[in-house]
Write a protein that binds this ligand. Structure first.
Ligand code: NAD
Length: 312
């Protein structure tokens, strides 16, 4: 049984980590969050120690190490811009870091972590949960089995409506979240790279507070992508059905079905890591480079091969 600590325990995604730790037969021994709305801990690990101050959490983790009951993993579910600091804390504490997406905001943050990881003798793992999705894995196999010169035409649409709170929170602050393409899109950019091979080019058609769109070229695919958190972008039939999320991947004009199978992927991520697998710094790099280039690159406007939703 492995001992876990969790940073960012009061947040939206934290219960998925608590559930994954429990489902894999392990134990949460300590948690940190400056926000004390953490009653959810009782659903999983009522005996876990909880801290609202980093310094006391640090002291506790250090004491455990000295007493011969070290934490094996620190799970990190804090805001994106804090991930690298929290990863360094985990490694310095002699634990592996198991960090949410995006691992970091910029490629040079990955480089720094590679050095520290090597010095520490511990590992940094990233939650890249779409790589565990059954349909996505099948798609990867399908692409690998296609004639090597096949290049697929893909339209990726991900609409996940958020209320006004989003803009008021750290998620709406580009310095903290990286903006919508980074915060929401990184899953999909990682998946595209994993399925279709290395990225060859990128054009950004739109990049605003609530919507982003562009064109990406991979070794085996040309992808028009559109991401939005604005409910006004939902197709009328989706909105009429009372839904606030719409995911679609069209491959060669045909819908690729992947609407189900998203719920327990964190547990799959944990299972994989605990059985000697997992995705690390090198695996995370391509998508971090993609979102960085999208964030920092120029926005060309509606020119060239843009996603049809850009005209909505
Ligand atoms: P959230 O804002 O709901 O939770 C973040 C938590 O971190 C909050 O409780 C906040 O108080 C806490 N926090 C802030 N500063 C801290 C600090 N210095 N030390 C410790 N805790 C601190 O956000 P969320 O939606 O739960 O997202 C958390 C992370 O998970 C982000 O990196 C996000 O990108 C990622 N995420 C991943 C998925 C996924 O599907 N894999 C989904 C949502 C979010």
């Amino acid at each position: 049984m492995k001992r876990f600590a969790l940073i960012g325990a009061a947040g939206y995604i934290a219960p998925r980590h608590m559930k994954a730790i429990k489902d894999t037969g392990n134990r949460l021994v300590a948690a940190l969050d400056p926000n004390d709305s953490v009653g959810v801990i009782d659903n999983y690990f009522p005996d876990a120690d909880f801290f609202i101050e980093f310094e006391r959490f640090d002291r506790h983790i250090d004491k455990r190490r000295r007493m011969g009951e070290p934490v094996d993993f620190v799970s990190i579910a804090s805001p994106n811009y804090l991930h690298d600091a929290h990863i360094r804390f985990a490694l310095r504490s002699g634990a592996h870091a198991l960090c949410e997406k995006p691992l970091v905001l910029n490629p040079w943050n990955v480089d720094a972590l590679i050095d520290i990881e090597a010095e520490s003798g511990r590992r940094v793992f990233n939650v890249l949960q779409l790589r565990h999705h059954t349909a996505i894995r099948a798609l990867r196999d399908r692409v690998a089995a296609a004639p090597p010169d096949t290049v697929f035409d893909v339209d990726l649409t991900y609409l996940t409506s958020r209320g006004h709170w989003y803009g008021m929170s750290w998620k709406g602050d580009i310095e903290k979240s990286g903006g919508i393409a980074t915060n929401i899109g990184v899953h999909f950019f990682d998946m595209l790279n994993w399925v279709f091979g290395p990225r060859r080019g990128s054009v950004v058609h739109m990049h605003e507070r609530d919507v982003a769109a562009g064109y990406l070229e991979f070794e085996r695919a040309r992808v028009r992508w559109f991401l939005s958190i604005n409910a006004a972008h939902l197709p009328p039939e989706v909105a009429a059905a009372g839904k606030r999320t719409h995911r679609s991947i069209l491959i060669g004009g045909e819908e690729f079905e992947f609407s189900e199978g998203f719920t327990d992927l964190h547990t799959e991520v944990y299972r994989d890591i605990l059985s000697g697998g997992g995705y690390g710094l090198a695996d995370a790099r391509a998508a971090i480079e993609t979102v960085h280039d999208i964030r920092r690159g120029s926005v060309v406007g509606l020119k060239g091969d843009y996603h049809p939703f850009c005209r909505r």
